[in-house]
Design a protein around this ligand. Structure first.
Ligand code: BG6
Length: 483
């Protein structure tokens, strides 16, 4: 069992999980891409549902007037929200102000203080939709004008580039904000289907008895995207699939699938269980890692022709816990793959013997529990039933539920996370020890990444990925077809 010995100690008992509601939202990077694609559309929905009641102050270097800023926000909503209502957009526009200036200039920070004073704000949410290299500078500048005493910060991923830089960033942020005032975003934690893993596991008596090494043969978690890097060559070259999604989104999903039940409903207990299971995970063994790169990646703008950056990674993880010892956890992430899906497949062991087999009849397939966590979220139990006819053969039948059809449409992850930050709930954010723990797991893959294998777009990645499967008859299950 390993621990992040060099991480900053946090006394989790001191963490307050619910805080006063915010009276202002400050968006750093308000004219940037994330604000445009995700934040303004989410603010629209929060305005629509009446949750947003506070002024929204954009901070940006772009030399824009308030009106230009509002026009930009309006355009982003019209682009990304179907049938947006004009009256809702108008009331949101009424909340927007822009503080324009250089982040390195003291005057920008004084103007921000004046603007917040003008609104009588005491508890603001400072949302950092800015490049990570700017996080420390912005946090320290907030402190230089006393704003760290007047709110909490929301930090976007990537949270560091490796274990060392994540620890460093935490130290810097902790010198200015307490841990319970740091809201680290992993937007997967804001997805209903991901959060449902907790309900699915702990509200269904049916599952808990089999959710362990006695009954589970393997677990596979796939996060596949059919899109490529979509013109983000410069960004992606500095990241790669392991840093971009495996260390964060995928390991958060694994933690929710593998952890023990929290001791109670206090959000701190949930974080404690995640931290425990992450600590029980061994760092990736590079002989159980396969990296791939889609053919054509090196022709993308901003990508050097000899790039060794992975657009695909598959790994076998081991969890040294009482529940999971000996069960392989296969994970894979990638771009340019056959389908977009996020899916966990729990493969159960075969029955001890077939009762009705006759010579020559095919062995039944193993039961699978497929948890779909992407757009077509839901669950499928792949069970065995008797094939009609005189023989006692069995065949697979799917017992399937589509959550959107059964439960109705759900909110977007960013809308929920912004709403949480405004009311001061840390439940769906990532705690320091969990983030550092996930970096510890992927660190060997960053230090010694090994070879990179090409694969064609629309495939399921390099065939070498099968080499990390433990048994000869193990297969990578393709995720359920999208519908
Ligand atoms: C982001 C990654 O965090 O998650 C992107 O930077 C990726 O590369 C995206 O495409 C996937 O998110 P979602 O919600 O579309 O599955």
């Amino acid at each position: 069992m390993t621990n992040t010995s060099d991480s900053t100690h946090i006394d989790t008992s001191q963490i307050v999980t619910n805080q006063p509601e915010a009276d202002a939202l400050v968006l750093f990077g308000a004219t940037g891409d994330l604000a445009k694609r995700k934040l303004f559309p989410s603010l629209y929905h929060l305005e629509h549902s009446g949750v947003l009641q506070v002024p929204v102050i954009g901070v940006a270097r772009s030399d824009w007037s308030d009106d230009e800023f509002r026009a930009h926000a309006r355009e982003s909503i019209e682009q990304h929200v179907d049938e947006a209502e004009a009256s809702v957009i108008d009331s949101l526009m009424g909340r927007l102000d822009l503080v324009q200036g250089d982040y390195a200039d003291e005057a920008t920070w004084n103007e921000l203080v004046e603007t917040l004073d003008g609104h009588g704000s005491q508890t603001a949410v400072f949302y950092m939709a800015i490049p990570p290299s700017m996080f420390p500078m912005v946090a320290e500048s907030l402190a230089s004008v006393g704003l760290n005493q007047r709110g909490r910060i929301v930090v976007e991923k990537p949270f560091g580039r490796d274990l060392e830089s994540a620890v460093e960033l935490n130290k810097t942020l902790h010198s200015v904000f307490a841990e319970d005032h740091i809201f680290r975003i992993d937007h997967y934690l804001g997805k209903e289907a991901v959060e449902d893993l907790l309900v699915f596991r702990f509200a269904n008596t049916l599952l808990e008895p089999v959710w362990n090494r006695h009954y589970v043969r393997s677990v596979q978690v796939t996060m596949s995207e059919s899109i490529g890097i979509e013109g983000r060559g410069n960004f992606y070259e500095g990241v790669g699939a392991i840093r971009d999604v495996l260390q964060n989104h995928l390991l958060q999903v694994v933690a929710l699938l593998a952890m023990e039940p929290p001791a109670g409903s206090d959000p701190g207990f949930l974080q404690d269980e995640k931290a425990k299971v992450i600590n029980a995970m061994r760092p990736i063994d590079c002989s159980s890692l396969v990296r791939g790169q889609y053919v054509g990646y090196r022709d993308e703008e901003g990508v050097p022709e000899d790039s060794e950056v992975e657009t695909y990674a598959a790994a076998r993880l081991e969890i040294d816990s009482w529940r999971w010892a000996g069960v392989p956890w296969y994970v894979r992430v990638g771009k340019g793959l056959a389908e977009s899906a996020t899916e966990a497949v729990i493969e159960l062991k075969s029955p001890p013997r077939m009762l009705f087999d006759e010579a020559g009849s095919p062995a039944p397939e193993r039961n699978l529990i497929r948890l779909r966590l992407g757009k077509n979220d839901g669950v499928t139990f792949a069970l065995q039933a008797k094939t009609p006819g005189p023989d006692m053969d069995s065949e697979e039948i799917d017992v399937d539920v589509d959550f959107a059809a059964a439960l109705g449409e759900r909110q977007d992850a960013y809308e929920r996370l912004l709403g949480d930050a405004l009311i001061g709930s840390l439940r769906r954010f990532a705690r320091q020890d969990v983030v550092e723990g996930t970096w510890r797991i992927v660190q060997p893959a960053l230090d010694e990444p090994g070879p990179i294998y090409p694969y064609f777009r629309t495939s399921w990645g390099p065939s070498e990925a099968s080499t990390i499967l433990v048994n000869d008859d193990d297969v990578w299950y393709p995720p359920s077809p999208s519908r």
